[in-house]
Design a protein around this ligand. Structure first.
Ligand code: SF4
Ligand code: SF4
Length: 455
């Protein structure tokens, strides 16, 4: 197999090179202690929220299903710890709205073993059986997209998939959770890739890793060699040049194969399905154990964190608890610091620490206010038509024109004539704008308004 993009040294057109701040890349993943209480929001992913199947006062054990729905784009939730259901109702969510949630108080003496799952043999399971098993885990894309994984890996009858593209790029500066998972859970990842290949019918899988993580490629190549000749097909681990936003599906496919995805199209149109390394490594562990998703790895870092690292955190853990453990005093944390969920390019600043870690949270960044001041106090100036944003947009859009239309509230025009729908909010245009215009924020608002009008 020839992957020429790396040797050409050109991953994809445009994009940016933010300075790497991967302070936690060489530290092993550590487990965060179990908190005394967890809050599981029912709506954590694209698709309909499942319904609670437990009641207040009920005892639950770690791993037990607590919410479920038969809707195709909905996934179940499992109790992250053993304890008692204390409350079912509205709790603060990440985007400032209140969300129906299940609160579980931990049993002080519980061992917190996963007591629900039963190991099973999937060696003879069909692709359909594996998809159902994935659905039962409650898995969504752990890279941050939170799209239900069983739906992502389902191939429509009229389509055929030849390649599973495994996204190990993690191009956001600061985040290292995927990197650490590749290094520390290589066998789980290969197992998860094999399940995904059987579910999709793909004959080969290619793990795309940015060239600032050569250790991950080396570990994964060893794991592939250990797995030997596979009935599913071949697995490759390949480097691609480091560039942001390489982690986007379209960019990764371009970087690996030099093939452009059609505007508004999906990888399946090219016979490919893309999944993230964290998601597949988790599946590699959960599926044979017959367990549901109850925890994930989260990067906690930034200038305001005394003990940065990648932590294995149970879902529903209060953000305050995570910050306390990582050495960020919760008291006055938001006055003295800025807290961002996700990476600095695509993540969102939050205004409350009363929110829990959910399936889509890959990072918690905390910056001291003094470090943010230069950026925060920079004034916004009018557009000088320098074209920097156009040069940086990996989707080939015109952010300058879109920004001017947003200022005039010409939202329909943005969608109809200037392809606002193709913007995937990577933030490259905002990053390069010398006038400090909050372009991506304007596009988010415009999209939200168009969505509300369409509803
Ligand atoms: S317009 Fe959208 S896709 Fe293009 S650079 Fe800006 S945020 Fe990224
Ligand atoms: S980068 Fe900023 S100033 Fe330059 S053209 Fe784009 S919006 Fe205008």
């Amino acid at each position: 197999m020839k992957l020429l993009s790396y040797f050409r040294g050109e991953a994809f057109q445009r994009g940016v090179h933010p300075p790497s701040c991967k302070l936690t890349a060489d530290r092993k993943i550590r487990r965060l202690p179990f908190p005394p209480k967890v809050t599981v929001p029912l709506s954590q992913h694209i698709g309909k929220a499942p319904r609670p199947i437990v009641r207040v006062g009920q005892e639950v054990v770690r791993g037990q299903p607590i919410a479920r729905s038969d809707e195709w784009l909905s996934v179940p939730h499992h109790a992250p710890l053993s304890g008692v259901v204390e409350f079912i109702g509205l709790r603060p969510g990440m985007r400032g709205t209140w969300i129906e949630s299940i609160v579980i108080r931990a049993h002080p003496g519980a061992t917190q073993e996963d007591l629900w799952g039963r190991p099973r043999d999937l060696s003879q399971a069909t692709g359909q059986d594996i998809l159902q098993a994935i659905w039962d885990t409650g898995m969504v894309g752990l890279g941050g997209a939170a799209f239900p994984t069983h739906a992502k890996l389902s191939v429509p009858k009229q389509a055929k998939v030849h390649t599973l593209v495994v996204n190990g790029c993690e191009c956001e500066p600061y985040l290292t959770c995927d990197h650490r998972v590749m290094v520390e859970q290589s066998d789980d990842l290969i197992a998860g890739i094999r399940y995904a290949m059987r579910a999709t019918g793909a004959e080969r899988a290619i793990i795309g890793i940015e060239d600032n993580k050569p250790d991950a490629r080396s570990v994964l190549r060893d794991a592939i060699a250990r797995a030997g000749t596979l009935p599913e097909g071949e697995i490759f681990a390949e480097l691609v040049p480091t560039k942001y936003p390489q982690g986007a599906e379209k960019m990764l496919i371009m970087a690996l194969f030099g093939t452009e995805m059609p505007a508004g199209g999906l990888p399946i149109a090219l016979g490919m399905v893309v999944s993230n390394v964290g998601t597949l490594a988790a599946l590699g562990k959960l599926l044979p154990a017959g367990q549901g998703l109850t925890e994930r790895v989260v990067t906690v870092t930034g200038s305001g964190v005394a003990r940065p690292g990648d932590y294995r955190v149970i879902l529903g853990t209060p953000l305050k608890f995570v910050l306390d453990y990582a050495g960020v005093p919760a008291v006055h944390a938001l006055d003295a610091r800025q807290v961002i969920l996700g990476g600095p390019m695509m993540g969102q600043a939050i205004g409350s620490l009363d929110v829990p870690i959910t399936k889509g949270v890959s990072g918690v960044l905390v910056f001291r206010r003094e470090d943010m001041q230069v950026r925060e106090t920079r004034q916004t100036y009018p557009c000088i038509k320098c074209g920097e944003c156009v040069e940086s947009c990996p989707m080939g859009l015109n952010p300058s024109t879109l920004g001017m239309l947003a200022a005039k509230r010409e939202y329909e025009l943005m969608g109809e004539r200037y392809f606002l729908g193709d913007c995937f909010e990577c933030g490259c245009c905002t990053y390069v704008c010398p006038s400090n215009i909050p372009l991506v924020q304007q596009f988010r608002v415009a999209k939200q308004i168009l969505r509300e009008k369409a509803a």
